[in-house]
Design a protein around this ligand. Structure first.
Ligand code: PMP
Length: 454
């Protein structure tokens, strides 16, 4: 049986298209990766546009990571954070604490992003109980935000399908408007006016629920899976100010934006002037080589819920692979590569070029919007409006899939999300490779344009 036949018979992938389950004829079979490139089973080389799932920071085929991981497996292939300490988790936690803002000096390790968000939310629940505020149950989050696939992290996820397809903790969560003017039906006179609207909405929601009933606000600095939504200038800072003024915990979900994606170890303070109480991370921490995630929490937050304040309590939350030493080895080596090859500086240099070159695609009629920052970007496509002003593009019109299949022909993999192509390439992408990526995308868009618009 071919790999595809076996896949169709035996595998269930994340976000599987259920009506067509078992009939897939287009998902590429990827057999090898090197640098920014991946190769399919026909030998077709493609730039990995989405960088795995926003995570291949240092690129494919890193012998250094392989060697460090192999050495670690032989030395100590497993240790449990339930009852032992491994030196690698200690070193990684210290490095993270040094790079996170403020007094975020305590790190909890998980197995990925969903478990990081889930664990952070559960820490907040425990904290409010220890503080004697059991009524503080509500969580503020945003439409189009993505935070994971476990029950609690999916509950704070604001993407339409995630909200409706399965049960979520709906009674706990409140969704605010996605901070992206592109999706607004209302017109705003300026970016500032749009930001004022969002902040007023946040203030109003807090007043409605009562600040004393709100546990936390959780937000990605830039919404990733929701379509790379870059908020209006000052939005993150202003949200943080409002939230802190009301004594509500601020969680920055940096699962995508950390570890160099925006040219810094963490983006919250450096780029958005925000010092969260908790920052979640995952993905790029190991350059995607092994599963690992976690959160960093402030000393001030922990001081309130430890020592004499915490009589009779323990943080009953954790995973068999929390702080797995082999994953930590991959993370430490990826970190060393980022430093050795000055990849943060590289992103700060090539990122603006990447963004500028992608924006040249705006001259194509199919392209409705290009947005992004650093090494994360989205190209949104639209067929425009018909004579009655009705959008021709239906939610289920998979323009993204069409572009994706054409892109592959021209040597690029993109991640289609309905009618948006999401990009978050390995941080090592050079200017020449940016040119190749944009050129492949242009060819694919022109081909789709020819087919759709004639
Ligand atoms: N938070 C954010 C911002 C994410 O983008 C993701 C994954 N796309 C997650 C959490 C969940 O991470 P994981 O898939 O590792 O569980």
């Amino acid at each position: 049986m071919s790999v595809r036949d076996t896949f169709n018979k035996h595998l269930l992938h994340p976000w599987s298209d259920l009506p067509n389950l078992g009939e897939d004829d287009s998902t590429p079979v990827i057999v090898r990766g090197e640098g920014v490139y991946i190769y399919d089973d026909n030998g077709q080389r493609m730039i990995d546009g989405p960088g795995g799932m926003w995570c291949m920071q240092t690129g494919y085929g890193r012998q250094e990571i392989a060697d460090r991981v192999a050495t670690q497996i032989v030395e100590l292939g497993y240790s449990t954070a339930f009852s032992t300490i491994n030196p690698l988790e200690a070193e990684l936690a210290q490095r993270i604490a040094e790079k996170t803002p403020g007094d975020l000096n305590r790190v909890f390790f998980t197995t990925g992003g969903s478990t990081a968000v889930d664990s952070a939310l559960r820490l907040c629940q425990l904290a409010r109980n220890i503080r004697g505020e059991p009524q503080r149950k509500h969580i503020l989050c945003r439409d189009k935000g993505y935070h994971g696939s476990t029950y609690l992290s999916a509950s704070v996820t604001g993407k339409e399908r995630d909200k409706t397809a399965m049960d979520t903790a709906v009674d706990l969560v409140h969704f605010l408007t996605a901070p992206c003017a592109f999706y607004q039906e209302q017109e705003f006179a300026s970016e500032e006016a749009f930001c004022d609207f969002l902040i007023a909405e946040l203030e109003a929601k807090i007043a409605e629920l009562g600040p004393e009933n709100i546990m936390c606000f959780i937000a990605e600095p830039i919404l990733g899976s929701g379509g790379v939504l870059v908020p209006p200038k000052g939005y993150n800072r202003r949200c943080w100010e409002v939230v802190k003024r009301h004594g509500i915990t601020y969680i920055a979900d940096e699962v995508v934006t950390a570890f160099g994606r925006l040219g810094h170890w963490f983006a919250s303070e450096t780029l958005f002037d925000v010092v969260p109480d908790i920052i979640t991370f995952a993905k790029g921490v190991t350059s995607g080589y092994l599963p690992l995630g976690g959160y960093a929490v402030s000393d001030a937050f922990m001081a309130e819920i430890s020592g004499d304040n915490a009589e009779g309590n323990c943080y009953s939350n954790g995973f068999t692979w929390s702080a797995n030493p082999v994953s930590c080895a991959a993370a430490l080596e990826s970190w060393d590569i980022i430093e050795r090859e000055q990849l943060l500086e590289h992103v700060r240099d090539v990122g603006p070029y990447f963004q500028a070159q992608l924006r040249t695609l705006m001259d194509l009629p199919l392209v409705a919007d290009v947005r992004g920052m650093g090494m994360m970007a989205a190209v949104e496509m639209s067929l425009g409006s018909d004579a009655e002003g009705e959008a021709l593009l239906e939610q289920d019109y998979h323009l993204g899939d069409l572009i994706d299949s054409h892109c592959r022909e021209f040597g690029l993999l993109v991640r289609p999300l309905i009618n948006v192509c999401i990009m978050s390439p390995p941080l090592i992408l050079t200017r020449e490779q940016v040119d190749d990526l944009v050129s492949a995308l242009r060819k694919a868009l022109l081909k789709a344009q020819e087919e759709l618009l004639g």
